[in-house]
Design a protein around this ligand. Structure first.
Ligand SMILES: [Zn+2]
Length: 275
């Protein structure tokens, strides 16, 4: 873009924003940090699927960090920096570190969220840090889960049709392919369940939002296999959850273009050990 045209574009954007009453902060794309790594999941594929899926659906730039190898005990270098989330509007936790039990470490991860940074938690992020004493991570999530069932299809049904995340979502019920249903040991009073999943005799909250102090937190325990993560229904749900967490679930941030078809993998991941 040459300089005069760039100036014209910026001027037009500001005039449009002024006319619509939109602030500069609302105009710029959101910045998300996607954290993944650890046990049992195909993160090299899934992090790219999520980045592409979210960026094609919303005005969000997603940076990805994958650390910790395939161990569920890793305390990743990212969190060693107290300013690990600086500059981001939202963090998408997609890590799988269920055996990390150091409460000081968990407090370090939670510090920016406690200070108001929106959080999104996908699948094994719900099982991460569950070996720790107390309920530090679970208070942030709004739910405690400790185990999951066998990998078979889950029948998802919507229980809160009026929530903004659900209202604009293009689906209500979904029989997934093989997936892991995370159990519910406790649902905190601060949480609102949006969707439940049934698998055999088990019926559990599968998607919910939480208020962690004044911080918005969106979580879904769905998303073990690449086939699920690549599904348009999953990417639509996650994208709306990210925007809701940022309080930016609006037409200024949702893209109206048809999303780019997601990356599809033909190799499902079978967990070697229980995540
Ligand atoms: Zn899993």
């Amino acid at each position: 873009m040459n300089a005069p045209f760039r100036f014209w574009w910026v001027a037009m954007a500001w005039m449009l924003a002024a006319n619509l009453g939109i602030s500069a902060a609302e105009l710029r794309p959101l910045r998300a940090l996607l954290v993944c790594g650890g046990c049992c999941h195909d993160y090299p594929i899934q992090k790219d699927v999520l980045k592409r899926g979210i960026e094609s659906r919303a005005r969000i730039t997603v940076d990805t960090v994958q650390q910790g190898g395939t161990s569920k005990e890793s305390q990743i270098p990212l969190y060693e920096n107290p300013d690990w989330a600086k500059g981001y509007d939202v963090v998408i936790h997609d890590e799988c570190f269920g055996a990390v039990a150091d409460t000081n470490w968990i407090s370090r991860i939670l510090a920016p969220h406690r200070a108001g940074l929106p959080g999104v938690n996908l699948h094994c992020a719900v099982h991460s840090y569950r070996a720790a004493p107390g309920e530090l991570w679970q208070e942030y999530l709004g739910l405690r889960s400790m185990k999951h069932g066998k990998a078979t299809p889950i029948q998802i049904r919507t229980v809160d049709k009026q929530h903004p995340i659900i209202r604009g979502l293009g689906w209500r019920d979904w029989l997934t392919g093989n997936e892991e249903l995370y159990n519910n040991v406790k649902v905190f009073p601060s949480a609102t369940v949006l969707q439940r999943g049934a698998q055999g005799e088990d019926d559990c909250a599968i998607t919910w939002v939480n208020r962690f102090g004044s911080t918005r937190v969106f979580s879904t325990s769905l998303g073990h296999f690449n086939e699920t993560v690549s599904d348009d229904r999953y990417l639509d749900l996650v994208t709306r959850g990210v925007l809701w967490a940022c309080d930016r679930l609006d037409d200024n941030h949702l893209k109206s273009i048809t999303p780019i078809p997601p990356v599809r993998s033909t190799s499902p991941v079978t967990p070697a050990v229980k995540p």
